[in-house]
Design a protein around this ligand. Structure first.
Ligand SMILES: CC(=O)SCCNC(=O)CCNC(=O)[C@H](O)C(C)(C)COP(=O)(O)OP(=O)(O)OC[C@H]1O[C@@H](n2cnc3c(N)ncnc32)[C@H](O)[C@@H]1OP(=O)(O)O
Ligand SMILES: O=CC(=O)O
Ligand SMILES: [Mg+2]
Length: 552
């Protein structure tokens, strides 16, 4: 019996899942699947311990790594010296070309927060990467617009594979799904690694949602085996780790140390970081309940502690510190939203550049110049500011987890906005869109996780909105019912399933660790339910207003 089985088909698959590529994936699976499962098991234990009241802390066992001043990560690899503007986005064909023409220094080609893991997306991402790297990508829109790469200098490509928690259930080995991380990583490296090196850059990665330094070590082990197997020099692969969980924030230097030969720095993944905070402390009582999502800015004291400590850790170790994503996006149809986005992004990037970051992310080509200007003002002609030590920053465990000083209230509008964003995002995700603009804000898996998690936390803490009303499941259901009236009922719409998924991830007693896991198991996996049709079902408590009962 063939050990590896592909359970689905998508256009372009033959170019991606070649026999040699599958043999490489199998080798990665055999070498690392046990360790991945062990680490996922450890995650579950740690999550339970945090829920039971354990406080994250700096590890005693690795104090020597933090205290030893002598080590540094490898110097920047070709194409990664100057990272002042990085554009992110899903690896769709048109967006790939637009990103390559955007003028950014780096393109984060995303199989993660901005991607919905439909099989056709997984395969198309790999096809588009192959073509983009070989300068043979073009696209004609349904309206007949032609797209080609015209920029003389294109961004360095950095691929973000899925996180360790996600399976790729369409590639089954000995009856078990492969790791989504290893599939995204392995296919890109196998097909494009040598080509990238020949073109003067290299196979570079962003590593998402790591929860501790042992998970970084697993990636390092993967890199070593993969390079040896493909005859690529050790240290050629480079990885920037997103610090976007509260536990990883206590192990920043350990993560750099584990990957030191392959490290390209750290990134402050603010949205998943906020999600991680809410998840970790969701049952810790009022001091850990955060206000409306709109009030969770980078100037909140706990967020400042996080970014300041990240820059300090990176620059102590000669590693790039890369800033995160301001969610405001411009809109050709809305000059007011555009003006607001440009102002907000300029302020965000100026603060990051002033704090010592070496570059930052933008979500949209219309923001590249704004980000560049903010970093130009601080960097000038220098490619980075690694020489800017932030030893003035206090390493302060308490500051990282002190949420009690976050200003702002929970409002009815904030509750409604969370429910609407979560459902609209889940609906788009089920249709295959991993990033969408909703009310001129970029929404992706990380921001949607915040929205649904806040709703869950507010219900379970019986939080009270500024109008004096308690957040209850029934109140949320009434809002769902009102919103449902405004949702489309087009043939392709998936609002019915999106509402079910929202209920499962925000309104139930149990708290699913990731909406993407819940969504994949229920709607995208092997045993997935068939898409439902008909009116959106709503649940309304007897004492809710009558109009809430009529959504259809
Ligand atoms: C928490 C995190 O992980 S953040 C990182 C993950 N998230 C992301 O990467 C989000 C990236 N951004 C996006 O996906 C998009 O900007 C969205 C979905 C938010 C908005 O996209 P749209 O609705 O298409 O925006 P809009 O209509 O203004 O786009 C104008 C043009 O810019 C292009 N564009 C917009 N964003 C991008 C991008 N990130 N990369 C490349 N091209 C882009 C569009 O394709 C469109 O091209 P066209 O004029 O040739 O048709
Ligand atoms: O991946 C980035 C984030 O903010 O989450
Ligand atoms: Mg993230």
């Amino acid at each position: 019996m063939e050990r590896i089985r592909i359970t689905d088909h998508a256009e372009g698959q033959d170019r991606v899942l070649t026999d040699d590529a599958l043999a490489f994936l199998l080798e990665l699976h055999d070498a690392f699947e046990c360790s991945r499962q062990q680490l996922l098991q450890d995650r579950r234990k740690r999550r339970a311990a945090l829920a039971d009241g354990e406080t994250p802390r700096f590890l005693e066992a690795t104090a020597h790594v933090r205290e030893d001043d002598s080590w540094r990560v490898a110097p920047p690899a070709p194409g990664l010296e100057d990272r002042r503007v990085e554009i992110t986005g899903p690896i769709e064909r048109k967006m790939t070309i637009n990103a390559l023409n955007s003028g950014a220094k780096v393109w984060l080609a995303d199989c993660e927060d901005a991607s919905s893991p439909l099989w056709r997306n997984v395969i198309a991402s790999q096809v588009n990467l192959q073509d983009a790297i070989r300068d043979r990508i073009s696209f004609t829109s349904p309206a007949g617009k032609e797209y080609r790469v015209t920029a003389t200098e294109t961004p360095t490509i950095v691929v973000r594979p899925r996180g360790w928690h996600l399976d790729e259930h369409r590639i089954v080995v000995d009856g078990k799904p492969m790791s989504g991380s290893l599939v995204d990583f392995g296919l890109h490296l196998f097909h494009n690694g040598r080509e990238l090196i020949a073109r003067g850059r290299g196979p570079y990665f962003y590593l998402p949602k790591l929860e501790d330094h042992r998970e970084a070590r697993l990636w390092d082990d993967v890199f070593v085996l993969a390079q040896d197997r493909l005859g690529i020099d050790r240290g050629t692969i480079r990885a920037t780790v997103l610090i976007e969980t509260i536990t990883a924030a206590f192990e920043m230097e350990e993560i750099l140390w584990q990957l030191r030969e392959h490290s390209a720095g750290l990134n402050a993944g603010r949205w998943d970081y906020l999600f991680s905070m809410i998840k970790a402390f969701r049952l810790r009582g009022p001091d850990f309940v955060l206000p409306d999502r709109a009030r969770l800015t980078m100037t909140a004291p706990f967020m400042r502690a996080y970014t300041e400590q990240l820059v300090r850790a990176c620059h102590r170790r000669g590693a790039h510190a890369i800033g995160g994503m301001a969610a405001f996006v411009p809109s050709a149809k809305d000059p007011v939203a555009t003006e607001r986005a440009l102002r907000a992004v300029a302020a965000d990037k100026s603060r990051e550049a002033g704090d010592g970051f070496d570059g930052s992310w933008v979500a949209h080509p219309g923001l590249v110049e704004t980000c560049r200007a903010a970093f130009d003002a601080v960097l000038g002609d220098r490619p980075h500011q690694l020489d800017r030590s932030r030893d003035d920053v206090a390493v302060d465990a308490a500051a990282l987890i002190d949420l009690s000083t976050t200003e702002g209230e929970i409002t009815d509008a904030g509750l409604r906005s969370n429910i609407e964003i979560a459902i609209r995002y889940m609906e788009a995700w089920l249709r295959g869109h991993g990033a969408v603009a909703i009310h001129s804000l970029m929404e992706d898996a990380a921001t949607a996780e915040i929205s649904r998690s806040q709703v869950w936390q507010w219900i379970h803490n019986e939080s009270v909105t500024s109008d004096g009303r308690t957040v209850t499941r029934e109140r949320c259901e009434a809002i769902v019912a009102e919103l449902a009236a405004s949702f489309g009922e087009g043939e392709d719409d998936r609002f019915r399933e999106a509402i079910e998924l929202f209920r499962e991830t925000a309104l139930e007693e149990a708290y699913p660790a990731f909406l993407t896991l819940a969504g994949t198991e229920r709607y995208l996996g092997d045993g997935a339910r068939r898409p439902a049709t008909g009116p959106v079902p709503v649940q309304v408590a007897a004492d809710e207003p009558a109009e809430a009962r009529t959504a259809a």
